[in-house]
Design a protein. Structure first.
Length: 248
């Protein structure tokens, strides 16, 4: 689904953010990309939907190169940013969720069906006409997810989806992620706190100083996390089995 080859990227100030990253993400996979702050996680995922252009190397999504066919990539890869406020463009919840599909020039019936379905999926139907500036932080994040769902993107990327959320908020977002997985979406999540997703992802990828230092099944990668300044899940300290945050 996504093929990244020898990806290098430098910011305008000369900072080398990615150093030769090569990674494949299979269709339907749930991948978590972890690493300390500044390791290159956000820079990497912004290449996956064409927001950034490689200095060298390539990113191909479903056969489409992000540089040569950016519009095809945008149709296939949706992203939910860490700061939901930066992603909200509509005056009301309904208008915001409709923004993306409307730009696809869909007919009215199809547009309304997509928006209604997306709002229902994140339990926002009753807030459809509520002004976005009156929403809570958690509600804004759900609006951002609905906006991506309405685009019907097969790949959905979440940048630090659990940031600044309390325990109920983490559970709610995780439940949404698992529903998307059941529906067949390819999911990519960046996080510096792997404990929240480790019981559910297919693979963990670890970035450190812009390099992909480890990738594999969680049980294979977890023993190496501390070496790359990533806090291991709590259960590793007590010799317990891997537990989901959805376990009561």
């Amino acid at each position: 689904m996504i093929s990244i080859r020898d990806l290098h990227y430098s910011y305008p100030d000369g900072t080398l953010a990615l150093r030769g990253v090569t990674l494949d993400v299979a269709a339907g996979e749930f991948l978590a990309v972890c690493g300390p702050n500044g390791s290159g996680k956000t820079t990497l995922i912004r290449h996956m939907n064409g927001l950034l252009t490689p200095r060298t190397g390539s990113v191909v999504v479903d056969g489409y190169d992000t540089v040569q066919a950016p519009q095809e990539v945008i149709r296939r890869v949706g992203m939910v940013f860490q700061d939901a406020d930066s992603q909200i463009l509509g005056e009301t919840v309904w208008e915001d969720v409709a923004f993306g599909p409307r730009n696809l020039r869909l007919n009215r019936d199809v547009l309304e069906e997509r928006v209604a379905s997306a709002l229902k999926a994140v339990n926002l139907t009753d807030l459809a006409q509520k002004p976005c500036h009156l929403l809570s932080g958690g509600e804004k994040r759900r609006v951002a997810i609905a906006g991506v769902l309405a685009m019907r993107s097969p790949v959905i990327i979440f940048d630090e989806p659990f940031a600044n959320l309390d325990y109920p908020g983490v559970r709610e977002v995780l439940q949404h992620l698992l529903r998307l997985r059941e529906q067949g979406h390819t999911l990519i999540v960046t996080t510096h706190d792997v404990e929240k997703v480790v019981a559910h992802v297919d693979r963990l990828a670890v970035l450190f100083n812009g390099e992909l230092r480890a990738v594999g099944h969680p049980e294979e990668v977890i023993p190496h996390l501390r070496a790359f300044e990533v806090r291991p899940p709590c259960f590793t300290y007590f010799g317990e089995r891997m537990l989901s945050w959805l376990t009561d």
